[in-house]
Design a protein. Structure first.
Lengths: 251, 257
């Protein structure tokens, strides 16, 4: 277990050393979203589902900031380690594959939680966002972070250039976040957009986190948690399989 | 088991890469515990593939690898091996002290032990002034020393050095030789690959010549010179490689030498 602890420390140390890039920058951009969209549009869009607009968008923005950070952290950490080949130090160490998988996953979760906690504190000060269902919030955040941290690990292992890692972030995660009900309730969408939203995995995660904060969401909390878990488990299993077999990591 | 088992035993080791290249073919090798063993061969001979296989950095196609009697991929065997690769592969986010401490941690050392050992290695390799400097800011010689210090950090029983003196100046080469000799004198088994024949002759008790994934000769430097009827190891190398290249399989029977 010692190796696992040190790998976790290494991955969190990287986040701490680069905190202006890894934590401060995403917190500032999410806060700008809250200020620009919430406080300015809040004057025109009074309430969504009986909740003030500036409060309504906070759970989605926190979710968006966290999942992007969890993914980006692990994708870049693993890709850098492969590119510079210092991943050999870990691959040759007396650690079991599950320990390596978990160790690399932890970095993304740590960074996302640092961002989420910062945003939560700032949101409490700025818009007094409530936390109605803390257990649901913890479950939704936990599953979401496992999903996107593990996705980062998988992409970091498969990527052949830096462009591959940013491609998934910019072409898949960011657009799905924007159309995942962060800024609106899907009830207001016309057909077929409302129906199509149900095929967006980030939509369920946003709904789960929103339920944790506000106590209400567009779909059942169980459906939100179920869909997120159904994605998180196989993606984590995929990352575990890569470390167990050595595919893409070892020639 | 540890006392009697060879430091490294390879049986029928074959590695075929995804593009079809066969880097090692049915390769057998046994290195006694406590030996200073040199592996010589041209680029593409299979030296780095062999080392990577032992250190679990490639997927082996077939064959058996044992380190001091344990399967090479077992947690125990891994903890006994220290590797300094040919290319500098240091973690760019860690400074010198952290590089050593984290390596120790990956290999099962507790914080106090790792901190203490890291200070020993920093002193032994003359890196005191660079303790808090990150790897990319070190000079080439300092990186090479750190690479070797990292390989020795967890007190491995088998140290594998893949061309440790490639592209280093004369002074540093002499310095590294001193470290390696001292290490061997303490009973550590050393597997060294090098292109420098004088280095192999100077350091190694036994030398194996490999080409195209096959072992073509193995003996002490003196034994090899006698076998080939020449005065210098350079001539042994040239003759052995030429003979191997001239055969269809690129192979000379070691027992016929």
């Amino acid at each position: 277990m010692t190796g696992l602890v040190w790998l976790c420390k290494r991955e969190t140390l990287r986040v701490s050393k680069l905190w202006t890039q890894t934590v401060l920058a995403p917190v500032i951009s999410s806060i700008l979203f809250i200020l620009v969209f919430g406080l300015s549009l809040g004057g025109r869009i009074r309430q969504v589902s009986d909740v003030d607009y500036e409060v309504f968008i906070v759970p989605g923005l926190i979710t968006m900031g966290m999942v992007q950070a969890a993914y980006a952290n692990n994708a870049s950490s693993i890709f850098q380690a492969r590119f510079d080949r210092y991943i050999h130090d870990v691959l040759s160490a007396p650690m079991r594959p599950w320990q390596v998988t978990l160790g690399y996953t932890v970095g993304g979760i740590f960074r996302a939680l640092a961002i989420g906690a910062s945003l939560l504190v700032l949101s409490l000060v700025l818009v007094d966002v409530p936390v109605e269902r803390p257990f649901a919030l913890v479950a939704a955040v936990g599953l979401g972070l496992v999903l996107f941290s593990a996705l980062g690990v998988v992409v970091g292992i498969y990527a052949e250039t830096w462009d591959h890692t940013t491609f998934i972030a910019n072409i898949v995660i960011l657009p799905l976040s924007f159309v995942g009900g962060v800024f609106y309730s899907i009830d207001v969408l016309p057909a077929p957009w409302e129906e199509l939203s149900h095929f967006n995995p980030i939509f369920y995660l946003v709904q789960g986190v929103r339920f944790g904060f506000l106590g209400e969401s567009d779909v059942s909390i169980w459906l939100s948690l179920g869909v997120t878990a159904a994605l998180a488990l196989p993606v984590y299993g995929w990352s575990q399989w890569l470390f167990t077999t050595g595919r893409r990591l070892k020639a | 088991m540890f006392r009697d088992a060879p430091a490294l035993r390879l049986r029928g080791l074959t590695k075929r890469y995804d593009d079809g290249t066969v880097a090692l073919q049915d390769f057998d090798l046994e290195i006694p515990s406590g030996a200073f063993f040199g592996l010589l061969g041209p680029n593409g001979a299979g030296k780095t593939t062999l080392i990577s296989a032992v250190c679990n950095l490639i997927r082996v196609t077939s064959g058996e690898l044992r380190v001091f009697g344990e399967p090479h991929d077992s947690v125990t065997a891994r903890s006994w091996v220290g590797l300094a690769e040919q290319d500098i592969n240091l973690d760019r986010f860690l400074n010198v002290r952290e590089t050593l401490v984290y390596h120790g941690g990956y290999f099962g050392m507790g914080r106090e032990e790792a901190e203490r050992r890291a200070e020993e290695m920093i002193e032994a390799f003359g890196l005191q002034g660079k303790r808090d400097t990150r790897a990319p800011r070190l000079s080439g010689g300092q990186r090479r020393r750190l690479l070797l210090a990292r390989a020795l950090m967890h007190r491995p029983r088998l140290v594998i050095l893949d061309e440790p003196t490639a592209s280093v100046d004369f002074e540093l080469r002499q310095e590294l030789w001193r470290y390696i000799r001292a290490l061997h004198a303490e009973g550590t088994t050393i597997l060294l690959t090098t292109h420098y024949l004088e280095e192999a002759e100077e350091l190694c008790e036994e030398i194996a010549l490999i080409r195209d994934g096959h072992l073509i000769a193995r003996d002490s430097a003196e034994g090899l010179r006698d076998h080939f009827g020449v005065d210098r190891l350079t001539d042994v190398y040239v003759k052995a490689m030429a003979s191997a290249a001239s055969t269809r399989l690129g192979r000379v029977r070691p027992d016929r030498l």
